[in-house]
Ligand binder design. Sequence first.
Ligand code: CMX
Length: 139
Amino acid sequence: MKKIEHIGIAVKNLEEANKTYKALLGAAHYKTENVESEGVATSFFKIGDSKIELLAATTPESPVAKFIAKRGEGIHHMAFAVDNIEAEIERLKSEGFVLLNDAPKKGADNKLIAFLHPKSSNGVLVELCQEIIPSQNFA
Ligand code: CMX
C-alpha cells in the first residue's frame, strides 16, 4: 500500500455537500464524475497529496443509498493507492481478508478498484485503487 489515496464520504445532496467541503477545505472540488456501475455521483477535492471523494446515490439500489438509510451521512470508505491491484488482492486474500470483488473493476477517477468487506477490517470499508494505464485491459 502506498498512501491513503482518498477518503469517501456518503452525502445526501452532492451540490450542498460541495459547498460545505469548499468552505471547509478552502478550495472547490476539481471534478465530478458519475459512476453508473456503482450507482453514485462523485466529486473530488484535493487535500495535499490525498483527496476527499463525496458520494451521492443515483439509484435506490446504490451501496451509498443503503449506507445512508442505515447509518446516515458520514465516512463511507478509505481508499489506498496500490501499484499492482491484482497482486494486492491475492496478498490480502492469503491474509484472510474478504474481498467483495475478486477481479478489479473500473471506478471513478481513472482507477481500477476492489473493495474489502468492512467486517474484515474492523468496520471500515477499504478500497484498493490503482491508476489505469492506457494499454491495460480490465473487466
Ligand atoms: N462502512 C462500514 N460498514 C458498512 C458499510 C460501510 N461503507 N456499508 C455497510 N456496512 C456494514 C453494515 O452496516 C452491516 O453491519 P451490521 O451487520 O453490523 O448491521 C454490514 O456492513 C453488512 O452490511 P449488509 O447489510 O450485509 O451489506 P450491504 O448490503 O449494506 O453491503 C457492502 C455492504 C460493503 C458489502 C456494500 O456496500 C458493497 O459491496 N460496497 C462496495 C461497493 C461500494 O461501496 N460502491 C460505492 C462506492 C464506489 C466509489 O467509490 O466510486
